[in-house]
Design a protein around this ligand. Structure first.
Ligand code: AMP
Ligand code: GLY
Length: 414
């Protein structure tokens, strides 16, 4: 099988790493890819017309890593060209691209989630905020690269967030905002793969989104992860699939917009049970990386099955070991940061048994340079997340990168 993989982050490196191990694969091309992916696959610049390129090259399957191409309708245009795509069509991808859409879907399907209201007008939004107890949660409706959420401890800060978002901070994505009830509890990320009919539970992981130790500091795309998550016993996981994921997929199907690909539910484990924080229309990053490392089965039959309506009968086998991942980011991230600093010592860290997935890196001759906010993902497997964390933190010292930083507490004490 010839596979085209879209994306260039740690999530896509992990997918490429896993897909490349499949005996079913003859050719794997990543676009645009990154230097890590170039070690396991062929990388090409993003073609102007992906369906035309995929058709010309004869790919049997296109796997879409990030949300933006799905929001732009890549799965729709691939389907029109007759090319199987792992990832939902535009209308189903609205589970991620519109928070108001999700709130509607939750109401229709009886899915537990935070109470919420949408606003396009600042005065009405602020009046509503004043009626709620804090902390206050203000969100841009559309895609804002993970940055469109403000959790304010002070009412004044929540009101400023309303002004900023409706004032154009996130452009069109913030022209509608959602104000919602604050949910108390621990978070967990839950995944399911579906072909629109069959639902294949794909496990869970814990992600740490805040920049600094102790879950302090600004929200980021994710600073570390581990699986299994420890806070989601099997019975609770089953309940989350039954109360959240399955009803959402059934509602999308009955609306005539069946979902295909991976559905990622960000959950809050509250005193009243799991509640939905958000859906995403793609794998989590970094969660996908710990999932790919723990998956013993070949991932290709699952991706292919979801893309072609043949997921029935596909089973999954997971390793018993846990995986912990620590993100190395450029100092300053998620604010502004410099690009271009040199990174050394990856081979030394890998020699200690670590697997390192690249995100924002760039090859310059034989030098590896930082080229983004989240730059490297350092992973280890061991009997428990804590033991895997110890292995990561022992080996990460071999990586020489003075301009980078990482959290010291991922998987520690869990
Ligand atoms: P989102 O982009 O919707 O996932 O929000 C980013 C992060 O904000 C989540 O991972 C949570 O940590 C936090 N968050 C979002 N909504 C809520 C809520 N209603 N209550 C508490 N925390 C929330
Ligand atoms: N890990 C958070 C995300 O992928 O959105």
């Amino acid at each position: 099988m010839d596979i085209l993989l879209i994306g260039s982050g740690g999530r896509e490196h992990a997918l490429a790493w896993k897909i490349a191990q499949s005996p079913l694969v003859r050719r794997l091309v990543c676009t645009p890819g990154n230097p890590g992916m170039a070690a396991v696959a062929e990388c090409v610049p993003t073609p102007a017309d992906i369906p035309a390129y995929a058709k010309k090259e004869g790919f049997d399957l296109v796997v879409v890593g990030p949300e933006q191409p799905l929001a732009d309708g890549l799965a729709d245009s691939l389907e029109e060209s007759g090319i199987p795509c792992f990832g939902p069509k535009r209308e189903a991808a609205r589970v991620e691209t519109s928070k108001a859409f999700v709130k509607d879907l939750c109401e229709e399907a009886g899915i537990p989630t935070a109470r919420a209201r949408s606003f396009t007008e600042a005065d009405a939004a602020k009046a509503y905020l004043s009626e709620l107890p804090g902390p206050w949660v203000v969100k841009a409706d559309g895609l804002a690269a993970g940055k469109g959420v403000v959790i304010a401890e002070a009412l004044e800060d929540a009101k400023s967030a309303v002004d900023d978002m409706l004032g154009g901070e996130f452009g069109e994505a913030g022209s509608t905002i959602v104000i919602e009830e604050f949910l108390e509890g621990e978070e967990v990320s839950l995944f399911a793969i579906t072909d629109g009919e069959t639902v294949l539970p794909f496990g869970s992981a814990r992600d740490h989104k805040r920049a600094f130790d102790g879950d302090e500091g600004p929200n980021t795309g994710g600073m570390g992860a581990y699986a299994p998550p420890g806070n989601l016993p099997e019975a609770l996981e089953r309940r989350a699939y039954d109360e959240i994921i399955r009803p959402a997929l059934a509602a999308l199907k009955s609306r005539g917009t069946p979902y295909k690909g991976v559905l990622y539910a960000g959950l809050m484990l509250t005193a009243d049970g799991p509640k939905l924080i958000e859906f995403n229309c793609r794998f989590g990053d970094p969660e996908a990386q710990v999932l790919m490392r723990r998956l013993r089965s070949d991932v290709v039959p699952t991706l292919w099955g979801a893309a072609t309506g043949r997921l029935g009968g596909v089973g999954l086998d997971w390793m018993v070991e846990a995986c912990t991942l620590v993100v190395m980011a450029t100092k300053g991230y998620p604010g502004s940061y410099e690009k271009g600093s040199e990174i050394r010592g990856l081979a030394e860290a890998e020699a200690q048994g670590l697997v390192i997935f690249h995100a924002g890196t760039k090859q310059d001759g034989d030098r590896l340079l930082a080229n983004g906010g989240r730059v490297l993902n350092v992973t280890a497997m061991a009997d428990t997340p804590q033991a895997a964390a110890e292995a990561v933190y022992e080996g990460i010292g071999a990586i020489e990168w003075p301009d980078g930083f990482y959290r010291q507490d991922i998987g520690v004490g869990v």
